[in-house]
Design a protein around this ligand. Structure first.
Ligand SMILES: [Zn+2]
Length: 289
């Protein structure tokens, strides 16, 4: 290539830059001095189950009036529906550890819970392939955005009135063993079980502790509908063998462990557990409407 051609190419490139610059909108920004003081928009990961089959889930989440960032099919295929820097509309009115609502600061993962062609609400175990995909996805999001393990929650936990998904069949214990979420320390649960055998704490105590753990719960002192529902959601995560919304001895002992120093553990994913200090809401008190 001779000098004249090179000069022509350079001129062409320069003209292209000028044309492109003229096409961009907005003010010129000088990014020479970026601040080091910032963190990710994403503070929470919310796990959902769709309660409908895959084609219906996809239609609702892409063409209805709700959405999620990801949809995980039962064969483990992960679909991205909304870019992570955008808000998806998955949580609605919601609360966790003092933050409300959660759509602006969360990633939503929907998991298809109904096999193809089966009726809405069919409850079957989630296939291993699907759960392994969900675990890889959560691990990746949590790592990239530095999401705390106690901020990886089920939809029912952040919107306990009316929602229970991902439900009692979602293997939270498996996620705990993989080191993604914390779990109650079993020795501490046993200690409280022995203590409470002599007399169960009051409903007011349960409401205070549920609130301290992160739930939005009434402060009524009685086992009202909202409190029963929060207890169902709590059991759906931590005591899946019996989900009845009743504050029985085992439920209370698990709740006590989770809200006691050293009563919560986090796995390294290889069978070793260490104490985990969960985040606490700034004003951990049940609410009075
Ligand atoms: Zn949901």
């Amino acid at each position: 290539m001779d000098a004249k051609t090179r000069h022509g190419l350079r001129l062409g490139a320069l003209l292209l830059v000028i044309v492109l610059a003229a096409c961009t909108h907005g003010p010129a920004i000088d990014w020479q001095h970026p601040s080091r003081n910032h963190d990710s928009r994403v503070q929470f990961i919310v796990v959902h189950a769709t309660e409908i089959d895959f084609p219906t889930s996809l239609r609702v989440l892409t063409q209805g009036d709700v959405s999620s960032h990801y949809l995980v099919d039962r064969d483990g295929h992960i679909y991205g529906l909304v870019p992570e820097h955008q808000r998806a509309w998955h949580a609605g009115p919601s609360y966790w550890q003092g933050t409300t609502p959660l759509n602006p600061s969360s990633i939503g993962i929907e998991i298809v819970s109904v096999p193809l062609g089966m009726p809405e609400g069919t409850q079957l175990p989630f296939p291993d392939l699907q759960i392994r995909a969900v675990e890889r996805l959560i691990a990746d999001i949590a790592e990239r955005h530095q999401v705390r393990p106690d901020r990886i929650v089920g939809h029912g936990e952040i919107q306990p009135t009316g929602r229970t998904d991902p439900g009692r069949l979602f293997p939270w214990q498996q996620l705990a063993e993989s080191g993604l979420v914390p779990a109650p320390d079993s020795a501490t649960v046993d200690k409280f079980s022995r203590l409470f055998a002599a007399g169960l704490p009051s409903v007011q105590w349960a409401q205070d502790k549920l609130s301290e753990h992160g739930y939005r719960v009434p402060c009524s002192g009685v086992l009202d509908d909202d409190t029963t529902h929060v207890l169902e959601v709590f059991q759906g995560r931590y005591r899946q063998a019996q989900v009845n919304g009743y504050p029985d001895l085992e439920t209370m002992a698990i709740l006590a462990a989770l809200t006691t120093p050293d009563g919560t553990r986090l796995s390294d994913g290889h069978g070793h557990w260490r104490p985990f200090t969960a985040n606490r809401p700034a004003h951990p008190h049940c609410h009075q409407d």
